[in-house]
Every structure is written in structure tokens, then in C-alpha cells.
Write a protein that binds this ligand. Structure first.
Ligand SMILES: NC(=O)c1ccc[n+]([C@@H]2O[C@H](COP(=O)([O-])OP(=O)(O)OC[C@H]3O[C@@H](n4cnc5c(N)ncnc54)[C@H](O)[C@@H]3O)[C@@H](O)[C@H]2O)c1
Length: 347
């Protein structure tokens, strides 16, 4: 299966996303695979046996979001220089979103930009992080605030890699799939209600549908000036939840699940969705053991936290809300009282 990403106004930056199509990769340049020990243990040998290149190197960085920083980028750059990579060399990201974001960012700045290929190994990275060319690292000022838009040469999503993924990580990826279905695709949502994506064939279809959805959005709006913002459905609330719990309690996809529940409560009060639709979405999240409850300690504090998010400009919070299943609304002017009221429901 294959999806082509065509970026509007950037005809030279089109690329393909392949699903379960990776047999071999041939390069007549130097290639470095960037990965971490967790992923390497399970999948590096398999990948290395499929790559032929002028020279093949492996760059291993520590595993974890806490290493997604400039220090690790410096390390990867160092390894690129030590291994005498040049402008024609290719980096391959083998790992989850953390590896993908860092490899892409390094590729965008090494010798003013070299090609890179994504081989995402988490569900979240396959359906979301590896599609769309956002790269970057965290800094003391916030998450993903340093980075670039740099599109890969190709993306290879292999479902067999997901077999070694911990169950929680797998479910976290499903939250992103549900997020896209609710806002963009009623038929896909209904398909999800009737199919279990833990089944291998269904999983493949769900990845394909999600990648197609994200590809369409990104091709229209690479820089998040409009429709790409809709992918932040659930995120406005999720960022505060992650902040309040110091990024220790929930995986991002789990926080998104809670964020979806909160955004839906707001959408319900604004008459954008029905109670029945709200329940259907909740039910789908629950089916994959995603969290749907969160105890807000103080509605006022939670509200203030919105303004720490880089996506809230000029004291105005942007909410992405579902407009029935399969539709969305980007809403900027919502009265504080209404939001507080919604948050009080979670106290
Ligand atoms: N660029 C984008 O558009 C975009 C979009 C969404 C998220 N992100 C970023 O992605 C990151 C989250 O990605 P993630 O959820 O993939 O997290 P991750 O990369 O940290 O991977 C989660 C864990 O699973 C392990 N792992 C990866 N593949 C495995 C496999 N096949 N088997 C066993 N273990 C495996 C990893 O080593 C890690 O411990 C965040 O940094 C987020 O900012 C980027």
C-alpha cells in the first residue's frame, strides 16, 4: 500500500509513504541509521540486512523524550562528521516519534540539509509523527520549540514492528487515529466502531486511512496556518494535563484521549455534537483502554495553564472542536465562564 504526499506549492518535495512494502533499500551514497537501544534490540538487524549503501553506519542515541534536546542533536552531528558523511549522504530514522523528530532535524541542518528516510516503529509515529515534515527538539522553554519543516524522502511503515511495542504505547497511537477520524472522516469513524484494530489486517487499513487523512491535511497546509491546526483536537487540554502531571503520568496519546473528552464536553455545551456522539467517541477510546477520566484540581489554575501553551496567542486560546462526527470547528472566542464551567465538571 502506498500514499503520495503532494505538498501544494512545493512540487519538488513530493514523497511516498509505504505500508508494509519495505523489502530492500538501495543507496549509492553513505547512509547512517539513527536509532536507540530499545528499538535496535528488536529491529536493527532486520533493517541493516535490507539496506545496501556505499557505507552503512549506525548512530545510537539514548531512549527517551528527555534526550530529545540539542545535546543529542550535537551528538548526532558529531557522529555524521566523524563518519565523514557528506551532502549526498542519507540519514534513516529507525524508531518512534522522538527518533524521527531528531533525525529529521539533524538532516535539515547537516551541511545545510541532506535527505532522510523515516522508518517509524511506533503506531503514533506511523500514523502521525512521520507524516508531515515537522522536526525538532525540546528546550527549557518548551516542547518542540526548536526545529524545522523538513520533508523525508520516503516513509516506510511496517506493521510487524508494532508487535514488540508495549500495549500502552500501542493504545496511545490509537488515540491519534481516533482523533483524526472524529474531525475529518465520519465513514472512517464508523469503520473504527465496527472493526478492532488489534487485528492485523484492520490495523493496516487504519494506518492507511490515517496516513491518507494526515497527508491530505499536510499537503494543503504544511506550515499549520489553517486546516493543519485541526490535528490539535484534544491537544489544548492534553498539554495542560501533561503539564499538571509533569509528563510522568500519561503518554501523550493518553493525555490526548483525556483532552478529547474535555473538548467534547465543550463541544456538547456549544451544541456542536450530540450526547449520543459524545458517548460514541468515549466508548471508542475506552475500548482501547485509553484514559477518559481526569481530576481537575482547580478549574481556575487549569484555565491559566492554557496560556503557557505556545499555541495560545495574545491571551486567546484556540480550541479545535468536533462539529458532529467527521467535522470540525476552529474556535477562538469562547467565554472564560463557559470554559471554567466545563472544567468544573472535571473537578
Ligand atoms: N513531528 C510530528 O509531526 C509529531 C507528531 C506527533 C508527535 N511527535 C513527537 O513524537 C514523540 C512521541 O513519539 P512516540 O510516541 O513514538 O514516542 P517514542 O519515540 O518515545 O517511543 C515510545 C517508546 O517506544 C519505544 N519503541 C519504539 N518503537 C518500538 C518498537 N517497535 N518496539 C518496542 N519499543 C519501541 C521507544 O524506544 C520508546 O521507549 C514526541 O516527542 C512528540 O513530540 C511529533
Amino acid at each position: 500500500m502506498q500514499v503520495n504526499i503532494k505538498l501544494v506549492n512545493k512540487k519538488d518535495r513530493n514523497y511516498d509513504i509505504f505500508i508494509d512494502e519495505l523489502k530492500e533499500l538501495n543507496f549509492n551514497t553513505k547512509v547512517a541509521v539513527v536509532t536507540n537501544p530499545t528499538v535496535a534490540k528488536f529491529h536493527l538487524e532486520d533493517i541493516l540486512s535490507r539496506i545496501s549503501a556505499k557505507e552503512l553506519r549506525v548512530i545510537t542515541v539514548p531512549d527517551g523524550e528527555e534526550y530529545k534536546n540539542m545535546e543529542t542533536i550535537e551528538f548526532i552531528l558529531d557522529e555524521c562528521f566523524k563518519n565523514r558523511l557528506d551532502r549526498k549522504s542519507v540519514l534513516i530514522a529507525l524508531g518512534g516519534g522522538v527518533i524521527g523528530d531528531m533525525t529529521g532535524f539533524t538532516a535539515s541542518i547537516f551541511q545545510r540539509g541532506i535527505e532522510f528516510v523515516q522508518i517509524p516503529t511506533t503506531l503514533l509515529a506511523q500514523v502521525d509523527a512521520s507524516v508531515g515534515g515537522k522536526t525538532g527538539v525540546n528546550s527549557k522553554y518548551g516542547k518542540n520549540l526548536i526545529g524545522s519543516f523538513w520533508q523525508p524522502k520516503a516513509v516506510y511503515c511496517e506493521t510487524r514492528f508494532l508487535k514488540t511495542l508495549p500495549k500502552r504505547e500501542f493504545s496511545a497511537g490509537i488515540a491519534e487515529i481516533i482523533k483524526m477520524a472524529v474531525t475529518f472522516d465520519k465513514e472512517f469513524f464508523e469503520w473504527l466502531e465496527n472493526h478492532d484494530i488489534r487485528d492485523e489486517e484492520n490495523l493496516k487499513t487504519a494506518i492507511l486511512k490515517s496516513v491518507q487523512t494526515k497527508a491530505k491535511v499536510v499537503s494543503l497546509d504544511e506550515r499549520e496556518a489553517g486546516i493543519r491546526m485541526v490535528l490539535n483536537y484534544g491537544n489544548t487540554f492534553a498539554h495542560v494535563v501533561e503539564n499538571e502531571t509533569k509528563y510522568k503520568t500519561y503518554l501523550h496519546g493518553e493525555a490526548v484521549s483525556i483532552g478529547i473528552i474535555m473538548a467534547n464536553e465543550l463541544a456538547l455545551r456549544l451544541g456542536l455534537i450530540t450526547k449520543e456522539e459524545e458517548i460514541r467517541i468515549k466508548y471508542l477510546l475506552q475500548r482501547y483502554d485509553l484514559p477518559i477520566d481526569y481530576k481537575v484540581k482547580s478549574a481556575e489554575d487549569f484555565y491559566e495553564h492554557f496560556f503557557l501553551d505556545k499555541k495560545s496567542n495574545n491571551n486567546q486560546i484556540t480550541f479545535i472542536l468536533p462539529s458532529h462526527i467527521g467535522g470540525y470547528l476552529i474556535k477562538k472566542e469562547i467565554k472564560k465562564e463557559l470554559i471554567i464551567d466545563v472544567l468544573r465538571d472535571f473537578e
